[in-house]
Design a binder for this molecule. Structure first.
Ligand SMILES: [Mn+2]
Length: 294
């Protein structure tokens, strides 16, 4: 038997790929090239002439807490091609549903996407670093097989640890996981960019064993719906015009809008595995364009 023959899959004897014109799809080829889809645009001279728009020039799509419901995420995003939208995830892609790591990988690999960190990502990373935390994490919906996936994927761990705690979009909208101002403790005391200092401090905690403090801040309950003065102070402190967050289910059919649109909750219990999921949890309660909120 030749070396080539030994590599053949059982049952494929006699199959001659080159004869069928499948040449470069065959793993017998010495050099493998990554698959690249052909550009869909017929006009403007093909892919080279096509100018890729920077994320910040694209209209924004906000996605609330996904919680492992990858199937529903695909359904929700079908109307929003990745190359036409800047997709901003408010965090909590993992737990409850079976495909938390799948949702993370999808959000990471989707073009023009931004993911902010949620308390469930923090709990998962904490469980990854400290086995004593696994029980707690599973008690809030953590899926063991997801932890095994994350454990075996160093690149995904690194990516997840670098996610920002919040982002401010081009139009002055702040996006963060929680509807409260607990992030303020990470603001540099002597001026500087408030957003940059919060992101930098939270990232530092995430990368260097600071999960207890991150958990304290990110697991606290939302307050902006009830406390307009506190909301106003937070918007001023972060030079933002409004804040979009998830974290606590709002129970409406569309995002909950408070205080003349200055605070918006997009946690519409998207995941069918969430304990609070019910028939009044349409996709539109969690997935919304920024324009629709203006
Ligand atoms: Mn959540």
């Amino acid at each position: 038997m030749t070396a080539l023959g030994r590599r053949r899959v059982a049952g494929a004897e006699g199959f001659e790929p080159s004869a069928l014109g499948f040449g470069d799809r065959c793993s017998d080829q010495a050099e493998l090239r990554p698959y690249r889809p052909k550009p869909r645009l017929a006009s403007s001279g093909g892919s080279k002439a096509r100018v890729r728009m920077a994320s910040e020039q694209l209209p924004v799509l906000i996605v609330g807490d996904v919680h492992g419901d990858l199937e529903r995420l695909f359904q929700a995003l079908r109307l929003y091609p990745a190359d036409e939208w800047h997709t901003v995830f408010v965090g909590d892609l993992v737990d409850y549903g079976m495909f938390g790591v799948g949702a993370l990988r999808y959000a990471r690999d989707r073009a023009n996407s931004t993911v902010v960190i949620g308390n469930h990502e923090v709990a998962m990373l904490w469980a990854l670093r400290d086995p004593a935390r696994v029980g707690f994490w599973m008690s809030i919906g953590g899926q063991e097989h997801d932890l095994a996936e994350l454990k075996s994927d160093a690149a995904l761990q690194a990516w997840l640890s670098e996610r920002p705690a919040l982002v401010r979009l081009h139009d002055g909208t702040l996006v963060q996981h929680c509807g409260h101002d607990g992030y303020a403790r990470w603001m540099a005391p002597n001026g500087g960019d408030p957003i940059a200092s919060i992101v930098s401090r939270a990232r530092d905690l995430l990368m260097h064993g600071g999960e207890p403090q991150l958990w304290d801040v990110l697991s606290a309950r939302n307050v902006f719906d009830q406390q307009p003065e506190r909301l106003q102070r937070w918007l001023e402190a972060t030079n933002s015009r409004r804040v979009v967050f998830g974290h606590t289910p709002h129970n409406g059919r569309t995002p909950a809008i408070y205080h003349d649109g200055k605070a918006i909750n997009v946690d519409g219990v998207f995941s069918r595995s969430h304990a609070k999921f019910r028939r009044v949890s349409p996709i539109a309660a969690s997935v919304v364009t920024l324009d629709a909120l203006s």
